[in-house]
Design a protein around this ligand. Structure first.
Ligand SMILES: NC(=O)C1=CN([C@@H]2O[C@H](COP(=O)(O)OP(=O)(O)OC[C@H]3O[C@@H](n4cnc5c(N)ncnc54)[C@H](OP(=O)(O)O)[C@@H]3O)[C@@H](O)[C@H]2O)C=CC1
Ligand SMILES: O=C(O)C1=N[C@H](C(=O)O)C[C@H](O)C1
Length: 268
């Protein structure tokens, strides 16, 4: 059994992960965390499923080690992840990080912590999105002159934009074209923008309702367009991917891994 701790236990992904663990024969929930101000502190971690367990949601990060957790799965906020990185780095506990919206400095901290523990870090843990990254790299190479635009839509509670997935799609496309995303990204357009900058990658962000996560990449050329889209109908795929990542980390050397490593999608 893989002894697993979940942070952000009362969040949308936290609950999805706890449910996935309860239904998985190889995983055991040993700790559930949330931030000190959360109204969930002290509640049974599986109460939302109408069940009872001996795991109560706590803000006390010491419980990760005390519970015997082998891995912490974190879907929270960057500032929360930073705190958990410190604890897991000190206590030598592997981490799966699904949180998005990190600054360059915070990403650097993930890189540094991966020198002392194994970390799987990905803005999207679904198989479909990670296969889509590969399709996008191929499309970008085959259509170097096509205008590329990335459109994403998410629910009205999402706090970071563009989504981590959309940014990663942009990075994959830019790198396939031998560019750096920061050099070619058009993050927003408003007012008299002038004509489209050749070679740029444009982003459009939509927010509304309970949309789980839609990503559409458009390659537009003369008289034609190719669109590659991924649509999530539930969070199940993200949770199952995170459990695959957690299982992958057990026994792995320190280092930073992504879902291509976990799913065996790396080019040889
Ligand atoms: N990699 C992937 O496949 C996916 C990534 N994500 C990312 O995961 C993250 C969480 O998404 P989601 O579950 O939808 O978000 P939610 O807001 O539903 O859940 C986040 C959880 O983290 C808690 N939290 C907030 N601030 C902190 C903090 N400083 N320290 C610790 N915990 C904190 C929240 O508490 P409270 O509710 O009290 O604020 C809540 O319990 C986002 O960054 C999202 O983009 C989401 C889906 C898939
Ligand atoms: O916040 C979300 O909901 C999601 N966040 C991730 C992202 O920013 O890419 C993954 C997915 O799109 C859902």
């Amino acid at each position: 059994m893989i002894k697993t701790a979940i942070s952000g236990a009362s969040g949308k992904m936290g609950k999805m992960l706890i449910e996935a663990i309860m239904n998985h024969p190889e995983f055991e929930l040993v700790a559930a965390l949330d931030h000190a101000g959360s109204s969930s502190i002290g509640q049974d971690a599986v109460a939302f499923l109408g069940k009872e367990s001996n795991v109560k949601i706590t803000a006390d990060t010491a419980c990760i080690k005390v519970s015997g957790a082998q891995v912490l799965i974190d879907f929270t906020r960057p500032e929360g992840t930073v705190g958990y990185l410190k604890v897991c780095g000190e206590d030598k506990i592997a981490m799966v990080i699904g949180t998005t919206g990190f600054s360059a400095e915070q990403k650097n901290l993930i890189d540094e912590t991966a020198k002392v523990i194994p970390i799987a870090f990905a803005p999207n843990m679904s198989t479909g999105v990670n296969v889509t990254f590969k399709l996008l790299a191929e499309a970008a190479k085959l259509m170097p002159d096509y205008d590329c635009e990335i459109v994403e839509m998410h629910h009205n509670r999402k706090v970071d934009a563009p989504s981590g997935t959309a940014v990663e799609m942009g990075r994959v496309i830019a790198e396939a074209r031998g560019q750096k995303l920061e050099d070619v990204a058009e993050w927003t357009r408003h007012g008299h923008t002038g004509p489209r900058v050749k070679g740029s990658i444009g982003f459009a962000v939509l927010r509304g309702g309970d949309v789980v996560g839609d990503h559409r990449v458009i390659f537009a050329g003369k008289g034609e367009r190719i669109e590659i889209a991924h649509l999530s109908a539930s969070r199940e795929g993200y949770a199952q991917g995170a459990l695959k990542a957690a299982a992958f980390l057990i026994g792995k050397h320190n280092g930073l891994y992504n879902m291509a490593d976990v799913l065996g999608l790396k080019d040889n």
